[in-house]
Each structure stands twice: as C-alpha cells, then as structure tokens.
Design a protein around this ligand. Structure first.
Ligand SMILES: Cc1ncc(COP(=O)(O)O)c(C=O)c1O
Length: 468
C-alpha cells in the first residue's frame, strides 16, 4: 500500500485534478452490508479501482479551491503510526499526551502567545472557533451558564464580526443556542476589513436596546479574499467595551512565519482566544486545527468535568497520574485521536523556516497570478491580493452583468469537469468572481500560466455562446 501510494503521488501532476465518479461505480456504493469477510487483497484492489481514481483533487498541484491544504507523505505516515498506536488523548500519563502538549507549545511560540496560555488540537478551525466562543460566552456572562443555561436570559448576548467572516462563526453561534440573529455582521471597507466606526456605533446602539454585547471576532485571513481586519483596533475596542476578543486565523495566522507579512497579525497579541488550522497552510493531512485560550482558567472553567469514573489527580500514579493535564478538560470531546503526531513529525522533519519559505512561495505565486491577470484585457482583478488568494473575473463588454456572472461560474465548472484545475467562486460586490486560493506546496509558476491560458480559451468560447 505504501509503495503504491508513493508511486501514485509521484505521477500526480499527469492526472486530472478532479474527475466525476462514473455512475456504475457510484452505484457500487449502494451494495449491501457484507455479512462475511473477504481477503484484504480484494478489498484493497477495490480501493485502487473504485476510490483512489476519484479523489477530491486537493493533492494535485492545480487545486486552488476554497481553503484546502495538500497534505504530505510524512503526515500520512504519521497518521498510520498514530492509528496503529491507537492512543486516546482524552488524557492519561502516556507519550501521545506529551506530543500534543509539545505541539501546542510550539504553536503558542509561533503565534507569540504566552507560554501560560492553554490550547487544544481540534478537528479543524470550525471546532476551534466553537471552543473559543464557548469560553467567551462563559467568561463574559454575569451568571453561571454551565448551571443555568441560556433559557432564562433577559437580554440577548451579541457577537460582532464583519460580513466577510467565515460561516463557521455563525454555525458556532447557532450551536451555542444564541441564535444567528445575535451575530451582528458589520459591513467592510474597500480593503474588506470590518468598518470600525460602524462597529463602534452598532455596539452603542445595541447597548441602548438593552442587548449584552460580549464578543468581537476578528478575521486574520478572511475566506473570500484573505483580508485582515485591523486587529489592533479591534483589541482596543474590546478592552474599552469589556468584550472578549476572538480571532479566526484559520490560515492567515501563518503570516507569523513570513517576516514580510508578520506585521498584519501584530494585533493577535491582544486576542483572548485564537482559532487556526494546520490542515490548510501547514500542509498537514486532515484533520488538524487548534484553539489557544489566553487564560487557562477560563478554558478549564468552561469544559472541565470529572465524574468518579474519570477522576484523576497528579498524585494518583499509574496511567491516570503524572503531571499532565487531561485534554478532555479543554474541549467537548472525551475520546480524542492522536492527530498531534503528524504535526510533531512534520515540524521536526522540515523545521519552521521551511514552512515560512513555502508560505512565502504561495504568496509570491498569488502575486504572479495577479500580474498575469493584469496582462489580459479580458481579465480583471476583483479585489486586492492581501495574501495567497486571487479573486478575478473574465470580462467581455458585449455581455450583460447577469451573463458575465454566469460566464465566470461556467468557466470554474468547465475547468473542474475537464480536470484542468479546481478553483472556486464567490461573490464580491454583487459580482460572481473566480477565486484561486493557494495552499499548495506542489504548485509552480507554469501551473498558473496554464490556468490563465485555459481560462482565456474557455472564456472566449463561452462568451460567444452567451452573446446569442
Ligand atoms: C477563515 C476560515 N475560518 C474557519 C474555517 C473552518 O475551518 P475548518 O474547515 O477547518 O473547520 C475556514 C475553512 O475554510 C476558513 O477559511
């Protein structure tokens, strides 16, 4: 299996980025529950024939859709080792817990959080955002939410973020039982940053209505364009207004590893909590994210619970004793997998400076693509390139606004269906635009030349069709 997959990855560039699974194979996955077993060789041959040829495509050098990472072989092998050990990192006195603790300490160091902060590796940034906001809610309410819940709350608890914030924030707010009406989304300025004056005024107005503002979520690398809110200013507002400051830094936080970009995230230092991913711009296989909480007691007071059957203290000795905290006290999961190993092995193998160079390379590729776009009169940039995301569109003056939106979406679909490249689309200022988000250590400049040449070809052909 290891040999096959290494061979497969060696040739990845020559394969289609994505291809649809044929109906006959799709139907195969409706087959009935196997009552008797078969040989692993047979099961594996089915994997080779029916699963491996139809990947999502994000291991390919020309995958730039949404915000997906590429994964690495070291990460995959580490996952194999971790699954073989099958440790449960809910807690206990064993090696895997030491590894998770060290990875969290490294992350704190990379993002300049104090060593006294606490953290937890999560399935991703959605879970990290949820944990950060749960701690915020419990700390900032003037009653014990864990005992009383939110059933009898007299005035709504309000969270603020820009309209560009990721939907996982809304999801977290819904899961927390606050209701998405309580997420007050503030418009952005021309740089896709939260409008600070509107934010301040909305907080004042909300207080007048008797609402309880408790948290601002800042975006460090927003999903559409990679923009950064003015984190310093948000930190100051939070202090003045006594609000929790949470930052969604899913990928933008890794600007910390690139000297020329570091200034964008200086405001991180003021955050009470920070959510980030390692499966995006640290190129690690799914799933691995992280939440960091500035004050450990806030974190523990939100989640720690110790029924008799899980009771443990440092003095106990044995598997439950020792100096190590139990990670089940820092989040909603009890049983947790050993996702820390892939981060630990990857960071040790490559060293952080190499990650900085790869991230810089993706930023340079985004600038390169933006320059290519500027050289074509039928292409236009739709937003500044803040980091590693390029939003642009195919334009043709003979087409209506509606047709242009359709055209740009159709180009994205055709690129996918022909296996040329995977981009996604989004809407910026009422226009459908193509979006290239580069979290890919396998891409090179020629991939972007190829992309643009194909977009020009498809755009011209589809424009002709849409004119009539
Ligand atoms: C800015 C941002 N925040 C949060 C998330 C959610 O992260 P995950 O998919 O790891 O749950 C994403 C995912 O793309 C994101 O881009």
């Amino acid at each position: 299996m290891v040999d096959d997959i290494l061979d497969y990855l060696k040739d990845i560039r020559s394969r289609p980025v994505w291809q649809d699974t044929p109906i006959s194979i799709k139907e195969h996955f409706n087959s009935s529950l196997p009552l008797e077993g078969q040989s692993l060789e047979l099961v594996y041959s089915e994997f080779l024939e029916r699963i491996l040829p139809y990947p999502m495509g994000n291991i390919h050098p020309r995958f730039w859709g949404w915000a997906l990472g590429t994964g690495t072989i070291t990460g995959a092998l580490a996952d194999f080792l971790a699954s073989s050990m099958n440790s449960n990192i809910g807690g206990g006195n064993h090696g895997a817990v030491l590894v998770e603790r060290q990875v969290i300490n490294w992350i704190k160091e990379m993002v300049s959080f104090p060593s006294s902060a606490s953290g937890l590796l999560t399935s991703g940034c959605s879970a990290a955002n949820l944990i950060g906001l749960l701690v915020a809610r419990n700390v900032k309410t003037d009653f014990n939410v864990r005992n009383k819940g939110l059933q009898n709350i007299s005035s709504p608890l309000i969270v603020y973020a820009s309209v560009e914030i990721h939907s996982s924030i809304q999801k977290a707010i819904e899961i927390m039982g606050l209701g998405s009406n309580q997420l007050h989304l503030i418009p952005v300025n021309d740089d896709f940053q939260i409008d600070l004056d509107l934010l301040k005024n909305t907080i004042i107005e909300d207080r007048k209505k008797g609402y309880q503002p408790f948290c601002i979520v800042g975006g460090a690398g927003t999903i559409n364009t990679g923009s950064f809110d003015d984190l310093n200013a948000l930190g100051t507002i939070c202090k003045k207004e006594n609000l929790w400051f949470h930052i969604d830094g899913a990928f933008g936080v890794w600007a910390a590893l690139v000297p020329s970009e570091k200034k964008k995230i200086l405001g991180l230092l003021q955050a009470d909590s920070l959510a980030l991913d390692l499966h995006k711009w640290m190129y690690m296989p799914y799933e691995i994210g992280c939440v960091i909480i500035r004050h450990e007691t806030d974190h523990l007071q939100t989640f720690s619970i110790m029924p008799e059957y899980l009771s443990h203290k440092k003095s106990d000795g044995g598997l439950i004793g020792g100096e190590l905290s139990w990670y089940s006290d820092y989040g909603f999961q009890l049983s947790r997998g050993f996702r820390a190993l892939k981060a630990w092995m990857s960071i040790k193998e490559h060293g952080i400076k190499k990650y900085g160079r790869l991230i810089q390379q993706n930023i340079d590729q985004a600038k390169y693509l933006a320059e290519l776009v500027k050289t074509h009169s039928n292409l236009e940039l739709s937003a500044p390139v803040f980091l590693n995301i390029v939003c642009f569109r195919y334009v043709n003056q003979e087409l209506s606004a509606e047709n242009l939106n359709e055209l740009n979406r159709k180009i994205v679909i055709e690129l996918q269906e022909k296996g040329i490249a995977v981009l996604s689309w989004t809407t910026l200022v009422d226009q459908s635009v193509m979006r290239v988000a580069i979290f890919n250590h396998r891409s090179n400049e020629k991939d972007f030349d190829f992309l643009v040449s194909k977009i020009m070809e498809i755009g011209a052909r589809l424009s002709d069709k849409l004119k009539f």
